[in-house]
Design a protein around this ligand. Structure first.
Ligand SMILES: *Cc1c(COP(=O)(O)O)cnc(C)c1O
Length: 399
């Protein structure tokens, strides 16, 4: 059997259009393809591989748990899930955790919980959900409708109702939308897919105050920002604003699929037995790997390291820009970094990704105008410098 990119078009549903390159092996921040070509990985599986590829702590946890027990279903609980939940609640505002298998599932649980909480506390009229344009919360029908790009939710029939959108950082409009019938506000504490857009401090504080005033739950989607990505364990900890519900996924499993929805006991109690669930959610194998990832990242030295690497990344990107003048701004927090292409390259961020692959570098985009970098949180300075040297060659090939 010839296993190549052409086979994808034959046997895979065409909802993706992957690169011609098929990676077969990874170690740390480096990846090798079928031909043995080496790449530096600044994509990190879209902010997932927080410890790079095949980190020894994760491999050890996977092997150890893989020889004990993989799956039980939620008829039985298990030690890795209980330990991980204890560690996550000790490290955050949250008191209780629901485990899922992805970011979308964690957000779906958060939204269903918010609706149930509002129904039981205030009545059926309190169902409005406010979210933000350019926001991204996953691809289930509820989460994609809450997401701020109608193009992703159009064309699938009637949508879940009573969801409205507002521009991010527009507190005035937000104020005009929120009322006593608002059950929840869902936002990313730094918009990832939408283009690496940070919230203004007054905006987040204002949103929190208005949620309190109208008895609405504030849900932070920390699927992309969580588990060290911004240089804090969770981004809310750097904002001085605490949500009522938070979701986590991507980096949580370091590459093994897992999601989590975290909240307080007072809110969590509305998801009584039978109200929600998942066959795989919280399975021992996923939780054991996530526990190892969480233990490794939840360390001040590692988190401070992310901030140091951020400074180096931004400095090298600004150096490249000083030579070639291709970006209007380099922004982001921690190792969630966006380089916004300037007018000469408007709508063409993807060309940087393609040119980078030719130079042996994996990168990402966030929309049509932002080149995005979400590498391993423990990437070495040497790998950052080598990756940026390759990126410079890619930029040089485009100008
Ligand atoms: C990636 C992402 C999701 C969706 O996560 P999946 O695991 O793909 O379902 C949700 N919210 C944010 C902010 C994300 O970045």
């Amino acid at each position: 059997m010839t296993v190549n990119r052409a086979l994808f078009d034959e046997v895979m549903v065409p909802n993706y259009n992957p690169s011609e390159v098929i990676p077969v092996r990874g170690k740390g921040a480096r990846v090798w393809d079928q031909e043995g070509r080496e790449f530096i990985d600044f994509a990190g599986g879209i902010a997932v591989n927080c410890l790079g590829h095949c980190h020894p702590a994760l491999v050890a946890a996977l092997k150890e748990q893989g020889e004990k027990i993989w799956h039980l279903s939620n008829i039985w609980t298990n030690e890795p899930a209980l330990r991980l939940a204890k560690k996550m609640t000790d490290a955050t505002f949250a008191e209780q955790v629901y485990f899922a298998n992805s970011g979308a599932e964690a957000n779906e649980a958060a939204l269903k919980l918010a609706r149930r909480w509002a129904l039981e506390n205030f009545g059926a009229q309190k169902s409005k959900i406010i979210a933000f344009n350019k926001g991204f919360h996953g691809r289930t029908f509820f989460t994609v409708t809450v997401g701020g790009q109608a193009a992703y939710s159009d064309g699938f029939g009637p949508k879940p109702g009573d969801i409205v959108h507002c521009d991010y950082n527009d507190l005035e409009t937000f104020k005009s939308l929120i009322d006593d019938n608002t059950c929840a506000v869902m936002m990313e504490p730094l918009q990832g897919e939408g283009g690496i857009i940070a919230p203004e401090a007054d905006f987040v504080k204002g949103v929190r105050e208005l949620c309190d005033k109208h008895n609405a739950l504030l849900i932070f989607d920390e699927v992309q920002t969580g588990v060290g990505r911004t240089g804090e364990l969770y981004a809310y900890q750097g904002l001085g604003v605490t949500p009522d519900i938070m979701s986590s996924a991507k980096a949580l499993g370091g590459g093994f699929p897992i999601g989590a929805m975290l909240t307080t006991k007072e809110i969590a109690k509305h998801l009584k037995p039978g109200t929600h669930g998942s066959t795989y959610g919280g399975n021992p194998l996923a939780c054991a790997v996530a526990e190892a990832a969480f233990d490794t990242i939840n360390d001040r030295a590692v988190l401070d390291g992310v901030k140091e690497k951020e400074a180096l990344f931004k400095q090298l990107l600004n150096d490249i820009n000083a030579k070639y003048d291709v970006f209007s701004e380099v922004r982001g927090q921690g190792l969630l970094i966006g380089a916004v292409v300037n007018d000469k390259f408007k709508g063409r961020a993807r060309e940087f990704l393609v040119a980078s692959m030719e130079q042996g570098l994996m990168s990402l985009v966030a929309g049509a105008d932002v080149v995005r970098f979400t590498p391993s949180l423990v990437i070495s300075e040497e790998d950052i410098r080598e990756g940026m040297a390759r990126f410079e060659k890619a930029v040089a090939s485009l100008v």
